[in-house]
Write a protein that binds this ligand. Structure first.
Ligand SMILES: [Fe+2]
Length: 177
């Protein structure tokens, strides 16, 4: 058909380049070996999982300090009673997930929800904007911790970038549909 673009042109419309890791290594408890494997071999080669991995890497590389996220911490405290309760519950969800645990802003209800997704392309919710994306596939931690996902979750929170998460929350929560 005349109005269809040629194949190379169509491909260029959908080109997307991998982003560099947004933090310096080493992290405190997630090894360079794991990150190299995760970033170079998996993220760069993914199709469905690219955005989720970008959100995941974006909130790593921090110092785990809660005081850097006043708005997000206040909102989570309102919903879960305390920030410690939120971290405990989110971590429990992560223990039960096969792939991803996501805290997202629901633009219809104007509130935060936690979603577990067992696959990159399943379990996403229309209108929900990710704030905290946690990868719990075994490739994210098995080199460092074997089957001990709890130890990985502790390392995740230790390296969590609350400043970045708070920025995402402020931008996302301004959107109300
Ligand atoms: Fe991953």
């Amino acid at each position: 058909m005349k109005n269809l673009k040629s194949k190379p042109e169509r491909e260029s419309l959908h080109s997307y380049s991998p982003k560099p890791l947004p933090f310096r290594t080493p992290l405190n408890g997630i090894s360079d070996r794991t990150l190299n494997n995760h970033y170079d071999k998996l993220y760069v080669g993914y199709v469905n999982g690219v955005y989720l991995h970008e959100w995941y890497f974006e909130i790593l590389g921090g110092d785990g300090k809660l005081e850097n996220a006043p708005e997000l911490v206040d909102t989570l405290t309102e919903s879960y009673g305390s920030i410690e309760s939120f971290i405990k519950y989110f971590s429990e969800c992560a223990m039960a997930s096969r792939g991803w645990t996501v805290l997202a802003w629901d633009t219809k209800e104007s509130r935060l929800w936690i979603y577990n997704c067992d696959a990159h392309n399943q379990g996403g919710v229309w209108g929900a904007l990710p704030i905290i994306v946690l990868d719990v596939y075994e490739h994210a931690y098995s080199m460092d911790y074997g089957a001990d996902r709890q130890a990985y979750l502790k390392a995740f929170w230790k390296n969590f970038n609350w400043t970045t998460a708070n920025g995402l929350f402020k931008r996302a929560s301004a959107i109300r549909l």
